[in-house]
Design a protein around this ligand. Structure first.
Ligand code: CTP
Length: 449
């Protein structure tokens, strides 16, 4: 029996795929089809695959050409598969000509003619209107947002607005953005979505005006500093049928997401303690917004939403109380340590603009613990550790560029799929963070050190 193997993503299965599978099958008696899994595709930079792996496997099965379907998980798997399944012929479309010659050591390699004029990329682009984004606030994070958005299909930054028009002009020249708007209201009719990257205290107003105008809004973290404001904004967004999402890049980081689902699956037992820390020392420059009490400066507002993320995702939003221990200077917290009590757990976090901490994340459970080294908020690596070191496991992932592409991709995906709450950072979690910020603002349960 002659065994043939071929691989692909098979997203939005099309005639090109069907022709290829038929031709591959005709080369032998038994066809194995390797379908890439979702995280492998993400690692390869395919951020916009529409069908998930189960749907893609079903589509391949429905063609009737595959005798066996396997999942492709890792780089180098093709050599393993060829040997494991006793494959005679490796077949792939001619767009890969020459790329798999290294397999000739193990089997025959055949490049089959590719069907002209069709591809999954084309279908994805055709079925997707480009979401036109306007940026409000041309600061540091907006600077990173524009190049990152170029890695995501179906989105284009078309305009910017900043209170400081000159700054907006420099930004648009530098980033090659076509429009600079004189007012936010001028920008709104021209865009489908708004990315709010202003200082924290301006978030509420821009978000509200954006969603009331029927625009989707991606708002930088911290979203707002008040629980009722957060609830109100999510409520209006849903009424208006638009997506409102808090942009917390860690929430969309592939390694962080995988860590969360592994812990929720019980791999370290019941979680009893989470300790997360984050610090960034700045020059003590009073002109920086980060040190200005009138602009919600300080460590808690600036960084708190990152360590709160694993805590709220794993322990939930129903904590019993939160005590905050702060080192204040000139009206802002240079350092804050939070202790959050849950019925069966206690969590701590540390954030510092003026104190350097070890920036790791440790999640302790009844069977083992997860250790994520600094900088855990943009991690590509973590370990699960147990009493018996032989059971320890290390996990490696990819983290591309500044990492904002993952949140942009999720925002676009929520828009297309009309998902009002992203599983990566639920609305209720975002609201809870705003309530915690409010507790800080009201100086409740705060102890100065
Ligand atoms: N293929 C083909 N003819 C096409 C498109 C794809 O023969 N018009 C082949 C590829 O060469 C590959 C297999 O189908 O052997 C699966 O390819 P895949 O990457 O899933 O399809 P594409 O449509 O090329 O996907 P994308 O646009 O996402 O790269």
């Amino acid at each position: 029996m002659k065994k043939v193997i071929t691989y692909g993503t098979y997203d939005l299965l099309h005639q090109g795929h069907i022709n290829l599978l038929r031709r591959a099958k005709e080369l032998g008696d038994y066809l194995i089809v390797g379908v890439t899994n979702d995280s492998f595709d993400r690692d390869r930079g395919k951020l916009n695959v529409r069908n998930n792996v189960l749907e893609r496997v079903e589509a391949v099965r429905a063609t009737g050409y595959a005798d066996q379907i396997i999942i492709e998980d890792y780089v180098g798997q093709k050599i393993d598969d060829v040997q494991k399944y006793g494959v005679d012929i490796f077949a792939i479309g001619s767009d890969w000509e020459g790329k798999f010659d290294y397999l000739k050591e193990f089997c025959e390699v055949v490049y089959l003619p590719r069907t002209e004029g069709i591809s999954s990329t084309m279908l994805r682009e055709e079925s997707q209107e480009v979401v036109k984004i306007g940026i409000v606030g041309c600061g540091r994070v907006a600077n990173r947002f524009v190049p990152e958005s170029e890695f995501v299909n179906g989105v284009k930054v078309v305009g910017v607005y900043d209170l400081d028009e000159e700054k907006a002009k420099r930004f648009s020249d530098d980033k090659d953005i076509s429009h600079v708007y004189k007012t936010f209201d001028q920008m709104l009719p021209e865009v489908d979505a708004v990315y709010v990257a202003t200082p924290h205290l301006a978030h509420y107003e821009y978000v509200r005006r954006g969603i009331e105008a029927g625009k989707h809004v991606l708002c930088e973290t911290p979203f707002v500093l008040n629980g009722n404001e957060a609830k109100e904004l999510y409520h209006i967004a849903e009424e208006k049928g638009v997506i409102l999402m808090e942009a917390n890049k860690t929430a969309h980081c592939p390694a962080f997401n995988h860590l969360m689902v592994m812990i929720k699956s019980g791999l370290i037992g019941d979680v009893v303690d989470i300790d997360a820390s984050l610090s960034k020392l700045w020059d003590d420059d009073k002109t920086l917004r980060e040190f200005d009490p009138t602009q919600a400066g300080g460590s808690m507002y600036e960084m708190g939403s990152y360590p709160l993320l694993p805590i709220l995702k794993l322990m939930g939003i129903h904590y019993e109380n939160m005590n905050l221990y702060c080192r204040m200077k000139d009206g802002v917290d240079m350092y804050t340590k939070g202790v959050i009590r849950y019925p069966n757990a206690v969590c701590t976090f540390r954030v510092g603009l003026g104190v350097k901490t070890e920036g790791n994340l440790v999640i302790s459970g009844t069977k083992g613990y997860a250790y994520v080294p600094a900088p855990w908020w943009k991690t590509d690596y973590f370990e699960l550790r147990y009493e018996n070191p032989a059971d320890n496991k290390k996990f490696f992932y990819k983290w591309d560029g500044a990492g904002l592409r993952y949140e942009i991709q999720e925002f676009i995906s929520c828009i297309y799929n009309h998902r009002f709450s992203s599983a990566r950072l639920r609305r209720r979690e975002s609201i809870c963070m705003a309530e915690m910020m409010e507790q800080f603002t009201e100086r409740k349960n705060i102890y100065e050190i």
